[in-house]
Write a protein that binds this ligand. Structure first.
Ligand code: PLP
Length: 475
């Protein structure tokens, strides 16, 4: 048993896994009943006897990977999960082995420095002021941005609402929630926003949904009426949450106009850019995010469009102070002389122990450069438009909206149930891994172009297969 030989076994099997996915000699999914898989992987005997090394490790890897979803496969057009770049995966391994907790600088100086540096890089992309590396000598510079990596966009949204609530009702920490807190959210917002509101004790009845157009985009001219309704109910809005982009069909809200409204009405503006904020790296597509710098906070997942393994989500604020004081009212020590070196992230998150999330992102960034990521995003967004143009020509298919990101929804003429049956059959056969979503009361098939290996020819093939399955089930 040795680290070197076992590591070689693992890496060799991952290389095979990649090659089989890339050249499509294996299917994208290989679903079998769970009870059979528990048996097949010999989980019980490893538990009692141990011995996951050498030959047994090699056998185990083969079985494990043969029932793993192949994200690098051209037929993976499923969930919004990054297709890991191998460099980022190595970053993950380094982080796992060193296990340097990033909550405090002294526990993981390299990992914390990378988190600080990478967060600053993201702040600059948004158009916010990066934080100085030495807070003790910041010369009174107060309005710089701040951020932290958290374990997912959902956690980021929860943190955002917490920060926004603290701004309007800091007494919460002593006396609990007042009963008049409310939220303005897009009717197309991710379910984690409503869930976060629930966790924070802001009931469902205090969530005021903003009207959207046929594309699912917030209608700015309708916001005042919704705000008036909220105020007439005797409530106070803690924040307005917009999408960049929406989860279902990938549409960006008009951020610039919404920002103006929030500024006039002194409402915290949070942008849920979990999926689509990565377009900031693209010269071609960053116009979707016009006005993003006018927001107060932003969630931006690296584990979606930045080829970074789960999880690595940035929660960013325009003014660091709002984050640094949101969960710790005595955070003043941050801004005074202190004896320890570096910066601690612990007061910025709900979590205590936290891994080196930024290391994974930094590794892909340092491997292919900003330019590599930019080209990747351009290519994936372009592919959505190409696919849209192709599907539009097919008389028996329709798309609900023109794509503004790498997400594209479509359906074959027929019932909602037909769409679901087609998807189920494809996933069970392993021909394509795609999802489905409901949008404006109708069921659609949904593609997320996240694998760098998917090409337009794969989408031609997909449409042909959808037709064939549709023909079969209607026979
Ligand atoms: C994916 C997504 C989330 C949730 O992020 P996780 O990292 O999966 O927790 C939230 N909002 C939007 C708009 C998303 O696309």
């Amino acid at each position: 048993m040795s680290f070197a030989s076992d590591a070689k076994i693992v890496i060799d099997s991952l290389i095979d896994f990649y090659d089989e996915s890339f050249n499509q000699s294996k299917k994208v999914t290989n679903l079998i009943p769970m009870e059979d898989l528990i048996e097949d992987l010999s989980l019980g005997s490893f538990l009692t006897e141990g011995g996951l090394t050498n030959e047994k490790l090699s056998e185990f890897m083969t079985k494990y990977l043969s029932h793993s979803t192949r994200l690098h496969h051209p037929s993976f057009i499923g969930h919004q999960c990054a297709v890991s770049h191998y460099s980022a995966a190595l970053g993950s391994l380094i982080d796992a082995f060193t296990n340097n907790v990033t909550s405090i600088y002294e526990m993981g100086p390299s990992a914390v420095s990378i988190e600080f540096f990478t967060i600053n890089w993201m702040l600059e992309k948004v158009g916010w002021i990066p934080a100085p590396a030495n807070l003790n000598s910041n010369n009174g510079l107060k309005n710089f941005g701040g951020g932290v990596f958290v374990n997912g966009g959902s956690f980021g949204n929860l943190t955002a609402l917490l920060v926004a609530r603290n701004k309007i009702a800091p007494e919460v920490w002593a006396t609990g929630n007042p009963s008049d807190l409310a939220l303005l959210v897009s009717s197309e917002s991710h379910y984690s926003v409503v869930k976060s509101a629930g966790i924070l004790g802001i009931g469902k009845n205090s969530i005021y949904q903003l009207e959207t157009d046929s594309n699912g985009k917030i209608l700015p001219e309708k916001i005042p009426a919704t705000l008036n309704r909220l105020l007439n109910d005797g409530k106070r809005p803690i924040a307005l949450v917009a999408n960049a982009c929406s989860t279902s069909v990938g549409i960006y809200d008009p951020l610039d106009e919404i920002a103006e409204f929030c500024k006039e009405n002194k409402i915290w503006f949070h942008i849920d850019g979990a999926h689509g904020a990565s377009a900031l790296l693209s010269d071609k597509y960053k116009k979707c995010l016009k006005g993003i710098e006018k927001a107060d906070s932003l969630v931006w997942d690296a584990h979606k469009l930045l080829q970074t393994p789960s999880l690595c989500a940035a929660f960013l604020v325009k003014e660091h102070y709002n984050l640094d004081t949101a969960m710790d009212h005595d955070a003043s020590y941050l801004f005074h002389e202190r004896e320890q070196q570096g910066i601690d992230f612990i007061q910025r998150t709900i979590e205590c122990t936290k891994s080196g999330l930024g290391v994974k992102l930094f590794f892909v960034l340092a491997s292919i450069g900003e330019k590599g990521l930019q080209e990747f995003i351009d290519k994936q967004y372009d592919l959505a438009i190409q696919s849209y143009n192709f599907i539009k020509e097919q008389k028996d298919f329709e798309c609900p909206v023109f794509p503004r990101s790498n997400i594209l929804c479509f359906r074959i003429k027929g019932t909602d149930n037909t769409q679901l049956k087609i998807r189920n059959q494809m996933v069970n056969e392993g021909s394509f891994y795609l999802t489905s979503t409901e949008f404006k009361g109708k069921r659609f098939l949904r593609m997320v172009f996240i694998s760098p290996n998917t090409k337009i020819q794969d989408i031609h093939e997909l449409i042909e297969q959808v037709r064939e399955i549709n023909f079969e089930i209607n026979k």
